[in-house]
Design a protein around this ligand. Structure first.
Ligand code: PLP
Length: 415
């Protein structure tokens, strides 16, 4: 799927005004992607949640709230920002990993719709008073996701509860007065084909047939988007049509309601985000007829870890001439002292020089939210655009903030 650099975003102005590296988010694009998902599933009872972990920027969460959808939280930090942004308990769904008692009690106390990921958590939930309904995250044993680091539904691994255990757990919870009211799955991220999700849904629906108390099926996130011109995003409307049909058939056959839920992150925010960076050094290696050209940026693995984690090949544009033919071959590196700090493998671009600005696409999810300060580089600023307006949404981190937690005078407390 061919994507060009959007002309309505003043990347040059933003770089000049706020410096680089910098993230830019198109809030109108985020809003239109939310509306697209809502419309695709509008023929059934459907709850949409934006997965905060993809990008917790407050401006994005405000758009999500104003669009009338909820949020998916996975940590106490997610809950904190969701509440700060004005989401009520009934607009939050929570599916985390290895929940400690303090967090379990908090979720229970606030009445947040929680999907538990282990037998241990369910046992501890059942001991809380008063008894409150809960959901369970199931591992439907379907291998999916664009990388083995992003698989969430395989038997015997870290995430979810084995399908075979679910009916037993539902019965046991009932004995403790706890109603399991929904099943959740998130089988992987970045899925470009609907087939694995549909297969997993087919494995979960028979459990719903046995337990009338189950009210919702949450299919998690995982709707994949296009990172480079050789791949297409998941066919959302076609997928939604098939899934809605499945849900309608279930409702008709069993003569009872069923709510479908989804909590995508990447699909909503990834394509709406950009990382803008300056070329600081161009290195030319040449010997015996062999030539390599390396571009070293002011951004790094710190700003976009997926480049290194998954060798992601995000679209990259030369800002001052984005449509010029990509005649030159470059290796693009980040500015940390790590040889593997690269923005994907070898890339083709028009001729690039030092001082030129590069814009990476699809950086609206799992970029800023995964950023680090390796090599003591402060976190980058974030800018949002909407209807032709530009605003700073997150300030660049200062060295005072970066090092502010360090305690210069140690206070020894145990001798
Ligand atoms: C439980 C859960 N829900 C939703 C998501 C969002 O996934 P994605 O960004 O792939 O849509 C994730 C991502 O890891 C997740 O773990």
């Amino acid at each position: 799927m061919k994507v060009v650099l959007p002309r309505h975003i003043p990347f040059g102005f933003i770089a000049e005004q706020f410096g680089t590296p910098i993230y830019v988010y198109d809030l109108d694009e985020i809003q239109s992607r939310i509306e697209r998902i809502k419309k695709a599933f509008s023929s059934i009872s459907f709850d949409l949640f934006y997965s905060i972990k993809a990008n917790p920027n407050l401006s994005i969460l405000n758009i999500v709230r104003d669009a009338g959808i909820g949020v998916d939280a996975c940590s106490a930090g997610d809950l904190w920002i969701a509440e700060k942004c004005g989401f009520n308990a009934d607009q939050i769904t929570f599916t985390g990993v290895a929940l400690e008692n303090k967090l379990l009690s908090m979720l229970h106390g606030k009445g947040i719709r929680t999907n538990l990921d282990s037998v241990s958590e369910l046992k501890r939930w059942c001991s809380l008073s008063p008894a409150r309904p809960v959901g369970l995250r199931v591992a439907p044993d379907v291998k999916a996701g664009f990388s083995e680091h992003c698989r969430g539904g395989v038997w015997g691994e870290k995430l979810g509860i084995g399908l075979e255990l679910i009916p037993i757990l539902i019965e046991e919870a009932k004995k403790n007065g706890v109603i399991v009211q929904g099943l959740h799955m998130h089988i992987g991220s970045g899925m470009l084909e609907p087939a694995p999700i549909l297969k997993a849904v087919d494995r979960l629906l028979p459990i719903f047939e046995h337990f009338r108390q189950l009210e919702y099926l949450n299919i998690g996130g995982g709707l994949g988007t296009s990172y480079h011109d050789d791949e297409d995003e998941i066919p959302l409307e076609e997928f939604a049509l098939t899934l809605c049909d499945k849900v309608k058939q279930f409702i008709h056959k069993n003569n009872r309601p069923l709510r479908l839920q989804a909590e995508p992150g990447e699909f909503i925010s990834a394509p709406a985000g950009y990382l803008v960076s300056k070329v600081i050094v161009k290195k030319i290696w040449s010997r015996n007829g062999e030539r390599r050209e390396c571009l070293i940026l002011d951004a790094s693995v710190n700003h976009y870890p997926a480049g290194v984690l998954y060798n992601s090949m995000n679209r990259v544009f030369l800002l001052h001439d984005p449509d010029a033919p990509a005649t030159h071959k470059y290796d693009i590196y980040g500015n940390t002292n790590q040889s593997g700090d690269r923005f994907g493998a070898t890339r083709y671009l028009p001729k690039v020089g030092e001082g030129d600005i590069l814009v990476f696409g699809s950086c609206g999810a799992y970029a800023a939210s995964r950023a680090s300060t390796f090599n003591e580089h402060p976190l980058a600023a974030e800018v949002v655009i909407s209807q032709g307006r530009v605003a700073l949404a997150t300030k660049r981190q200062t060295y005072e903030e970066l090092f502010g937690r360090l305690i210069p005078e140690l206070v020894w407390i145990k001798s």
